[in-house]
Design a protein around this ligand. Structure first.
Ligand code: FAD
Length: 465
C-alpha cells in the first residue's frame, strides 16, 4: 500500500475528530482522518444520540401508560399500551445510521480522506494503520489525538454475559425484567430511568452517599423524588462486590455492612469512562500526561511539537460539545489562525427526569472561588407554561457577583430544561449581568421566562413570585 503524506492527520472520528477534520478541510488543509470503527464515535454510535432516542421512546411509552391508568386530569384515557422493543431499537438504529452517513458525507464534501483501521504511533509524525487490506503508513506535519473514551470496567464485575456497559444497554434485544445499574452518575440514571419507564424493575447501586454527586441537593431533589415515583430502588453507600455464579444477581455490601443479593437479568455498569490512551503506541512516544489524560495547553497542544489532543482523551468535562469546540479550534490553528481556548463556560445537561442543566459556577463553587454572590431562584410552579405542560417541578437559579451583577453560573432542573441550556450558555459566554437578562423581553408563555424571573429575583423584584 502506498504511503500517504498530509498536513493534518486526525486519529479518531468522534465529535472531536470529525469536526476537526471537517473544519480543516473547509480551510483547504490537506486532511486525513483514521477511524477504527465508524465515523461519529461514542456520541453518535453508542452515546448521546442513541441514549436520547431510547429516553424519548421510554417517555412516550410512559406517557401512554399514564393515560391508560384511567382518567387523567387532562381528560385523556387510552387502552393498555404495548411496545415492540425490536422496532424501537430499529428506529434508534435508523437515526444513528442517518447521522453516520451524514457525517461521512460532510467529511467527503470537505475533501477529507477517511482511512478505516486502527492507528498506532510509530513516532510523533508517523502513524501506521491496520486496515482490512493491509498496513497503511501515514506521515503528517500535524497529528490530532481524538481517541475518546471507553467504559470503565469494575474488576469484580468484568463485562460479559449479563454484565453490560452502556454500549450493550442501548441495543438490548428485549427489555430486561430486572435491571441493576451499578453507578448513579448521569449515564446510569438516564438509562435506568428509561428502562424503568419501559417496565423494568430497576435498582441503582451507588457507592457514594448520593446519586449525581456532582450536583447540589437542591438540584437533584426533584430527580430523586421521581426515581422513587417510578419505583426505582436507589441504594446509596452500597458497594458492588461481584456477580453470582449464574450471573443472575449482583452481590453487594449495603451501607450498614450487610451482604445482599439483588436478582438481575442485566447488570449495567456505569461507573465512569476512561480515556483511550493505551494499546495504540501512545505510551511509546514521549508525551506528557496529566494523570489519566493527555496534557494539553490552551491551544490543545501536547508536549510534542505538532501533536494536539482534543475531546475525552484530554479530561473533564467529557462532553461531545467540548470535544467539537476543541476540534474546530485546532483545525483553525493548523490552518494558521491565531486561536486559543477562551471559553467562559460549557453547558452540561443531564437528561434525567426531570432534566438538569448547569452552566458556570454553582453557589458553592462561586463562594469557594472567593465571590460574594447574589442568588435568584424562580420555581416552575409559578410559571404558566410549565403548568400547561404538567411540568411544575423544578426551578431556574441564577448566581451572580454581588458587586457588579455579572452572571457567574446558572442551574435549572425541570421538564425540558435542556432546551434552555443555549440561552444560559450565551448569557455566561457574553458576560451578561443580571440587568441584561431581567431587561430582555422573553416570550410568554415559555419556561424561558423562569430565567428572566430568576434574574429579577436576584435583583430583588421578581414579578410573578
Ligand atoms: P469519542 O466519541 O469517544 O470518539 C473517539 C473515536 O476514536 C472512536 O470512534 C474510536 O473508535 C476512535 N479510536 C480510538 N482509538 C483509535 C485508534 N487507535 N485508531 C483509530 N480510531 C480510534 N456527551 C454529551 O455532550 N451529551 C450527551 O448527552 C452525552 N450522552 C452520553 C451518553 C452515553 C451513554 C455515553 C457513553 C456518552 C455520552 N456523552 C454525552 C459523552 C460523549 O459521547 C463524549 O464526550 C464524546 O463522544 C467524546 O468525543 P471524542 O471525539 O473525544 O471521542
Amino acid at each position: 500500500m502506498k504511503d500517504i503524506s498530509c498536513k493534518l492527520l486526525v486519529i479518531g472520528a468522534g465529535p472531536g475528530g470529525y469536526v476537526c477534520a471537517i473544519r480543516a478541510g473547509q480551510l483547504n488543509v490537506d486532511t486525513v482522518i483514521v477511524e477504527a470503527a465508524k465515523v461519529g464515535g461514542t456520541c453518535l454510535l453508542v452515546g448521546c444520540i442513541p441514549s436520547k432516542a431510547l429516553i424519548h421512546a421510554a417517555d412516550e411509552f410512559a406517557k401512554v401508560a399514564h393515560f391508560a391508568v384511567g382518567q387523567t386530569p387532562l381528560g385523556i384515557s387510552v387502552a393498555e399500551p404495548a411496545i415492540d422493543f425490536s422496532k424501537t431499537i430499529a428506529w434508534k438504529d435508523g437515526i444513528v445510521s442517518r447521522l453516520n452517513n451524514g457525517v461521512a458525507g460532510l467529511l467527503k464534501k470537505a475533501n477529507v480522506k477517511i482511512v478505516t483501521g486502527r492507528a498506532s504511533f510509530r513516532d510523533g509524525k508517523t502513524i501506521e494503520v491496520e486496515t482490512l487490506t493491509g498496513q497503511q503508513i501515514i506521515r503528517a506535519e500535524n497529528v490530532v489525538i481524538a481517541t475518546g473514551s471507553a467504559p470503565v470496567e469494575v474488576p469484580s464485575l468484568p463485562f460479559g454475559g449479563n454484565v453490560i456497559s452502556s454500549t450493550e444497554a442501548l441495543s438490548l434485544p428485549e427489555i430486561p425484567e430486572k435491571l441493576v445499574v451499578v453507578g448513579g452518575g448521569y449515564i446510569g440514571l438516564e438509562l435506568g430511568t428509561a428502562f424503568a419507564k419501559l417496565g423494568s424493575k430497576v435498582t441503582v447501586v451507588e457507592a457514594q452517599s448520593k446519586v449525581l454527586p456532582q450536583y447540589d441537593a437542591e438540584l437533584t431533589r426533584p430527580v430523586v423524588k421521581h426515581l422513587n415515583e417510578l419505583g426505582i430502588t436507589v441504594l446509596t453507600g452500597a458497594k458492588a462486590k461481584g456477580v453470582s455464579s449464574k450471573g443472575d444477581a449482583l452481590l453487594i455490601e449495603t451501607a450498614d455492612g450487610k451482604d445482599e443479593r439483588i436478582a438481575a437479568d442485566k447488570i449495567l455498569v456505569t461507573v465512569g469512562r476512561k480515556p483511550v490512551t493505551s494499546g495504540w503506541g501512545l505510551e511509546e512516544i514521549d508525551i506528557d500526561m496529566d494523570g489519566r489524560f493527555v496534557r494539553i495547553d490552551d491551544k490543545c497542544r501536547t508536549s510534542m511539537r505538532g501533536v494536539y489532543a482534543i475531546g475525552d482523551v484530554t479530561g473533564e468535562p467529557m462532553l461531545a460539545h467540548r470535544a467539537m469546540a476543541q476540534g474546530e479550534m485546532v483545525a483553525e490553528i493548523v490552518a494558521g489562525e491565531n486561536r486559543s481556548w477562551d471559553k467562559r463556560a460549557i453547558a452540561a445537561v443531564c437528561f434525567t427526569d426531570p432534566e438538569i442543566v448547569t452552566v458556570g459556577l454553582s453557589p458553592d463553587e462561586a463562594k469557594q472561588a472567593g465571590h460574594e454572590i447574589k442568588i435568584g431562584l424562580f420555581p416552575f410552579a409559578a410559571n404558566g407554561r410549565a403548568m400547561t405542560k404538567e411540568g411544575e417541578e423544578g426551578f431556574v437559579r441564577v448566581v451572580a457577583a454581588a458587586s457588579n451583577h455579572l452572571i457567574l453560573g446558572i442551574q435549572a432542573v425541570g421538564h425540558g430544561v435542556s432546551e434552555l441550556s443555549a440561552s444560559f450558555a450565551l448569557a455566561v459566554e457574553m458576560g451578561a449581568r443580571l440587568e441584561d437578562i431581567a431587561g430582555t423581553i422573553h416570550a410568554h408563555p415559555t419556561q424561558g421566562e423562569g430565567f428572566q424571573e430568576a434574574a429579577l429575583k436576584a435583583l430583588g423584584h421578581a414579578l410573578h413570585i
